[in-house]
Design a binder for this molecule. Structure first.
Ligand SMILES: NC(=O)c1ccc[n+]([C@@H]2O[C@H](COP(=O)([O-])OP(=O)(O)OC[C@H]3O[C@@H](n4cnc5c(N)ncnc54)[C@H](OP(=O)(O)O)[C@@H]3O)[C@@H](O)[C@H]2O)c1
Length: 241
């Protein structure tokens, strides 16, 4: 039997990059996956043992997000598995941080993540699992990414609290914390930044999105049934050695 056979999964930010890899992997493992994206065409495809259903939703719009969860509840009745992936990262050293940069980053990386988790866990039965996409930027203080790192530190903190709050309902909450990963987000950084980051990774390369998805799958499957409140780095050792 597949790891997520018969499960209803939601991926917030589930098209392209890490979120797309997570949505596809969850579906391949047998889940019916509801994924949000601003860019994707709405529609449903078979994917491995499961199905992938894309909804065109801007995750930073809480009204649209709430309507999306109403649709999931009406159609599927529950959410067994939640992955919150949507996040943005913009370069801004301390002297260049604007209110707009701060608000945009916290709105998506923290506010959306909080209210998506609130909506999903409201209809999550016992045995459910949440994986939040954090970052090793929460712990390593990368120059120019202060606001981004602070949002990911908030994600790490939320996971500890929610793991504690939801344990009595037998719902687990964990963080997958990628290091530099080869996606559109990383392509937006300058060649100089990408090269500098790669030299800091003991395994000598960036992660692939499917490697992050494999860790996310582990954290929502029964393979990790006694793990909650934890953070699993997928960083080639960058923040570990
Ligand atoms: N790539 C890395 O090196 C790296 C490292 C550590 C952590 N992460 C984290 O991994 C997650 C995914 O990143 P990625 O590398 O896969 O980047 P990506 O390809 O740029 O994907 C970003 C995701 O966030 C959503 N998003 C971005 N800006 C948005 C906005 N203003 N409003 C609503 N949704 C927005 C996108 O949704 P749409 O489809 O709607 O555009 C997409 O799902 C993020 O949380 C990021 O912080 C990435």
């Amino acid at each position: 039997m597949s790891n997520l056979s018969g499960k209803i999964a939601v991926v917030i930010g589930g098209h392209g990059g890490i979120g797309g890899a997570i949505a596809e992997r969850f579906a391949t493992e047998g889940a019916i996956v509801y994924a949000t994206s601003r860019r994707a065409q709405a529609g449903e495809v078979e994917c491995g043992a499961g199905r992938l259903r894309q909804a065109q939703v801007d995750a930073s719009d809480l009204t649209a997000l709430s309507a999306f969860f109403e649709t999931v509840q009406r159609e599927a009745g529950r959410v067994d598995v939640l992955a919150v992936n949507a996040g943005l990262s913009e370069f801004a050293p301390l002297d260049a941080i604007s209110e707009d940069h701060f608000d945009r980053t916290f709105d998506l990386n923290v506010r959306t993540l909080l209210f998506a988790t609130q909506a999903a866990t409201a209809i999550m039965p016992a045995g459910g699992a949440v994986v939040l996409v954090g970052s090793i930027a929460a712990t390593i203080g990368t120059q120019g990414y202060g606001v981004y790192g602070a949002t990911k530190a908030a994600v790490r903190s939320f996971a500890r609290t929610w793991a504690n709050e939801l344990a009595p309902r037998n719902i687990r909450v964990n963080v997958v914390a990628p290091g530099p990963t080869d996606t559109a987000m990383m392509a937006a950084a300058s060649a100089e930044i990408r090269e500098r980051l790669t030299t800091l990774i003991p395994l000598g390369r960036m992660a692939r999105a499917d490697e992050v998805a494999a860790a996310a799958l582990f954290l929502v499957s029964d393979q990790s049934s006694f793990i909650t409140g934890a953070e699993l780095p997928v960083d080639g050792g960058m923040a570990q050695v």
